[in-house]
Write a protein that binds this ligand. Structure first.
Ligand SMILES: C[S@@+](CC[C@H](N)C(=O)[O-])C[C@H]1O[C@@H](n2cnc3c(N)ncnc32)[C@H](O)[C@@H]1O
Length: 274
């Protein structure tokens, strides 16, 4: 997968040299290219922002600079070796991801979807964000997603992009040592959809008087799987009731329903009917 990241702080991405993502880059699974937005600003101060129309505090990132930057990156398509995505000009095109608190939520489902793309281009905003005409312009030529990593406001898009690159990168084939880890993760599609993972333990069996639950030492795979699912349900109900409310009734067996009842968690009436 090719990843281009445009930012006024490319040095923010040093962590992409480390750990799983660093190794994926070394192996060539991930081709990460960082770009300094100011390289496309032509005044002596390399200005990338201006005052907002309509007044108000803060500054807005200039469309001309972003336009030149994104065009230049798209024009390098020729050296990507990607021939599966065809842009409107007839060549390969990236999917443009713009982090913003006003975007659609970044979820494991979206991470999975992005992991299936051959080429992603991230545009990191700063100040009050990027002039909206940039997203408008490229929506006609590329797939554009404005994406939020949570209901809070960061100072810039760089941290949000680090979050997305790590979540997407670990889903690429061969990046995780054990591919099963991603299947059992919180929010994974399938049986963990809308569930968070329960508690995990390692040796020793007793630490400062705290014992590992006996079932995990039993070697009985069926009972261990049941216990893990029960704990995932308990934790989801306790910490993420809004997710538990979205549990698909088709994925719940009799035991799950009984547990939810014990936890006084009521499924939607139409769900119970199913
Ligand atoms: C200070 S924020 C701008 C916030 C904007 N005025 C608003 O209230 O929606 C500057 C930049 O940080 C990034 N950012 C901040 N919070 C974010 C979030 N929750 N998810 C994704 N990106 C975020 C975006 O790139 C944004 O353009």
């Amino acid at each position: 997968m090719r990843l281009d990241i445009i930012s006024i702080f490319p040095e923010y991405f040093a962590p992409l040299d480390v750990s799983l993502i660093g190794k994926a880059r070394e192996r060539g699974t991930l081709d990460v290219r960082l770009h300094q937005l100011r390289d496309w600003a032509h005044d002596v101060h390399r200005t990338v922002d201006d005052t907002p129309y309509g007044g108000g505090p803060g500054m807005v990132m200039k469309p001309e600079v972003w336009g030149e930057a994104i065009d230049t990156v798209i024009d390098t398509a020729i050296d990507t070796g990607i021939d599966t995505v065809v842009g409107s000009a007839g060549g390969p095109a990236p999917r443009l991801v713009v982090p913003t608190p006003s975007g659609r939520p970044f979820t494991q489902e979206l991470a999975q979807e992005l992991a299936g793309e051959p080429w992603l281009l991230f545009a990191c905003g700063r100040y009050e964000g990027i002039d909206s005409r940039v997203m408008q312009e490229y929506s006609g030529r590329l797939r554009v997603d404005e994406v939020s990593i949570g209901d809070y406001v960061l100072a810039g898009g760089e941290v949000a992009v680090l979050v997305m690159v790590e979540a997407v990168g670990r889903l690429l084939p061969g990046v995780l040592g054990n591919a099963q880890s991603a299947v059992d993760d919180s929010f994974a599609p399938g049986s963990m959809r809308n569930l968070v993972e329960g508690p995990v333990f390692t040796k020793p069996p007793v630490w400062r008087g705290h014992e590992v639950p006996a079932v995990l030492l039993s070697g009985h795979h069926g009972n261990v799987a049941r216990w893990r699912r029960d704990e995932a349900i308990r934790r989801t109900v306790r910490n993420r009731p809004e997710l538990a409310a979205e549990l698909d009734p088709a994925t719940l067996d009799k035991h799950d329903r009984k547990l939810l009842e014990e936890l006084s968690f009521r499924l939607q009436p139409e769900d119970v009917a199913n």
